[in-house]
Design a binder for this molecule. Structure first.
Ligand SMILES: [Fe+2]
Length: 255
């Protein structure tokens, strides 16, 4: 590479918006060809997201379009940043005080970074904790799940879960991570101002889960507090209070 091209290439690197480099690294992290490096890449992705600010996502422009006190305004606004079959990148904006109900992320990884306001996040890990899920475990689970669905038991699933996080998160708080087995269940409540968080999920909801069907988001309610950090939860219908409208992504172009 001659000197002039080298300089140009360096300039391009310097000028890449943080959300673009995050998007590129997210695609790399969840690319099956690099699955042996998932843990290292996931940590790097978390590190990159830690420094993301609302302005990096154009959210400062979007937020001006959101009017919370108009009649019938949804309590949650969804902003799709990017989606393909491997990853979903989005922003959720919550009305002051609104709690996104307890839900799961079946066989998914997720990273969540607050970019505006403050939320209280409570996350749960199915008990007993399974740190690693081998491929055979996934296949066995898929069979059990398929059998349960075939028997019409797609609702009222019950499980024990341990509280793994219960904390206040602001835009200065580092990125929260969930995996298929750790902190996979969470509820997120905005405090007294609107709050927004940026989310990367892989694979996205509704992608096909082998032997089961589309990867659905399931909702739960705590039915029994067994000890200070252990609960029993039961699957429930989507709470009626939870619905979203949409707003456009106004940040840097990604592709
Ligand atoms: Fe979630």
């Amino acid at each position: 590479m001659d000197k002039r091209n080298e300089t140009k290439s360096t300039m391009e690197l310097v000028n890449i918006p943080p959300i673009v480099s995050t998007y590129r690294h997210a695609l790399h992290t969840f690319d099956d060809r690099f699955k042996n490096d998932l843990s290292v890449n996931l940590n790097k992705l978390k590190f990159m997201m830690d420094s993301l600010k609302s302005a990096d996502l154009g959210f400062d422009k979007t937020v001006k379009m959101l009017v919370w006190n108009k009649p019938n305004k949804a309590p949650c606004t969804y902003i799709e940043v990017f989606q393909n079959t491997s990853i979903n990148m989005s922003i959720f904006v919550l009305r002051p005080g609104f709690k996104m109900p307890l839900h799961d992320h079946p066989h998914m990884h997720g990273l969540l970074k607050v970019i505006s306001g403050a939320v209280h996040i409570t996350s749960y890990t199915e008990y007993p904790v399974k740190e690693l899920m081998k491929a055979v475990d996934a296949a066995t689970r898929a069979k059990i799940e398929a059998k349960r669905l075939a028997q019409g038991q797609h609702k009222r699933r019950k499980l024990f879960a341990e509280i793994t996080t219960s904390k206040l998160c602001r835009d200065t708080t580092s990125t929260c991570i969930l995996t298929p087995t750790v902190s996979n269940y969470h509820e997120i409540q905005a405090l007294d101002t609107p709050a927004a968080f940026f989310d990367i999920l892989s694979p996205p909801y509704d992608t096909l889960l082998q032997g089961i069907g589309p990867r659905r988001c399931r909702y739960y309610r705590v039915i029994n507090e067994i000890s200070t950090n252990l609960v029993e939860m039961e699957e429930t219908d989507v709470p009626e209070c939870f619905f979203c409208d949409q707003a456009p992504y106004l940040g840097p172009q990604l592709a």
